[in-house]
Design a binder for this molecule. Structure first.
Ligand code: FEO
Length: 395
């Protein structure tokens, strides 16, 4: 069922309460999500995006209950990823000649995923416009690499709505649709998690794009992303947050992440946490076992941190595979301006600390020399090295 969001503009998406993972199993979902598509019914009828492939037939049936599909004059494909384009094939089977407005990269993306069907593509660039009648028009804004090469946002004049696609979204189910109706703690928890795990690698581009959008001088009454809550209450609040988050964001927090075999490395992790708190009582300290905690949630805490400490025992001249995989993800997220330290137990060869330091340097962290290494179980003489490690991270 469509839900009016302003004048002749409606939401017509899917609230995905049951979703548990996204991007395969790479992104955890704990509070549902949504795929938001929008319907503009001015003199021209325009569909902005669709929803994910598994719900494509329901989407088309719902759309049919609201309008005669043949009344759709234009389809806007802001982004080719299947969570927004997944219903296109079912829809285009019914209205094959309907013009689709999208970027040149989006044509490649859609044809790459769904094959060449001779769809009526109209390639647009930043600043191109499309009249929708009643004195209103759509303005297209390329959002290249935010987060795919084909990404685009669409602005509607008159109603001053930015259909921002993935930008400013959250994997968060809000039946009432709007940010002011959502639990504010969860809304921001999910918005930060989404930024960290999906957008942070492209943070420098976000800063430039926000400047470019500001230079357009467009008023924003509503920012309508393609996932989660629609920002109608002080919509610029999320733009301001993005400006902060994209600029090597950090709070007064240190996150400690480790895995262990026989709890020796756990003991070191806890001692480092105690030392950081003892030396800097106002600093927030969080500790996670990498093998047991959710990786997206840990990364969100890393994003908020000014420093991290990562631990693994030495195993077969290397580190635990759980930590190795986690470090690969850490590198992908391209954090900036954060310090890091390493720790771990060993029984004989003892390479883990050196390997952890190399991997974190490679991931863009400023790695301090101080470490905690412990032959067999940590003795007090080993644990005492947590004090200079904490001091180096806090300096
Ligand atoms: Fe929500 Fe990049 O798709």
């Amino acid at each position: 069922m469509k839900k009016q969001i302003k004048n002749n503009v409606s939401w017509i998406g899917y609230i995905d309460w049951e979703l548990q993972t996204f991007h395969g199993d790479d992104y955890s979902i704990f509070n549902g999500s949504s795929q938001n598509a929008y319907l503009v019914e001015e003199e021209k009828t325009v569909l902005i995006d669709t929803i994910w492939t598994p719900h494509r037939f329901d989407f088309v049936e719902n759309l049919k209950k609201e309008i005669d599909l043949k009344k759709i004059d234009y389809i806007i494909a802001n982004h080719g990823e299947c969570d927004h384009s997944g219903a296109l094939t079912a829809l285009m089977a019914e209205i094959p000649d309907t013009p689709i407005y999208c970027t040149a990269q989006c044509v490649k993306s859609l044809e790459g995923q769904y094959g060449k069907h001779g769809w009526n593509f109209n390639v647009v660039k930043t600043g191109d416009t499309l009249e929708v009648g009643n004195g209103k028009k759509l303005i297209f804004i390329e959002m290249k690499m935010l987060h795919w090469p084909d990404s685009m946002a669409t602005y509607m004049t008159g109603d001053n709505i930015l259909f921002s696609n993935d930008a400013f979204g959250q994997h968060f189910a809000v039946e009432e649709l709007y940010n002011d109706k959502a639990d504010q703690c969860l809304l921001y928890k999910e918005a930060v998690k989404y930024f960290t795990n999906i957008l942070n690698p492209f943070a420098p581009l976000i800063t430039k794009k926000l400047d470019e959008i500001a230079a357009l001088g467009l008023p924003f009454d509503i920012i309508a992303p393609s996932h989660g809550a629609i920002w109608r209450d002080r919509p610029m609040q999320i733009v301001e947050k993005y400006a902060q988050w994209a600029n090597a964001y950090q709070e007064d927090q240190v996150t400690i992440a480790y895995d262990t075999m026989w709890e020796g490395t756990t003991k070191i992790a806890h001692r480092i946490a105690e030392e950081i708190h003892r030396q800097s009582p106002q600093t927030v300290v969080k500790v996670f076992n990498i093998a047991r905690a959710d990786k997206n949630e840990i990364m969100t805490e890393v994003f908020k941190s000014k420093a991290i400490a990562v631990g693994s025992p030495t195993v077969s001249n290397s580190i635990l595979s759980s930590v190795a995989g986690w470090l690969e993800f850490l590198k992908q997220l391209k954090f900036k301006g954060k310090r890091a330290a390493a720790f771990g137990c060993y029984g004989w060869s003892g390479e883990s600390v050196k390997i952890l330091q190399e991997r974190m340097r490679d991931a863009g962290f400023e790695v301090v020399d101080q470490s905690v290494r412990s032959l067999w179980n940590p003795e007090e003489s080993d644990l005492a090295n947590a004090a200079p490690l904490a001091a180096a991270l806090l300096a």
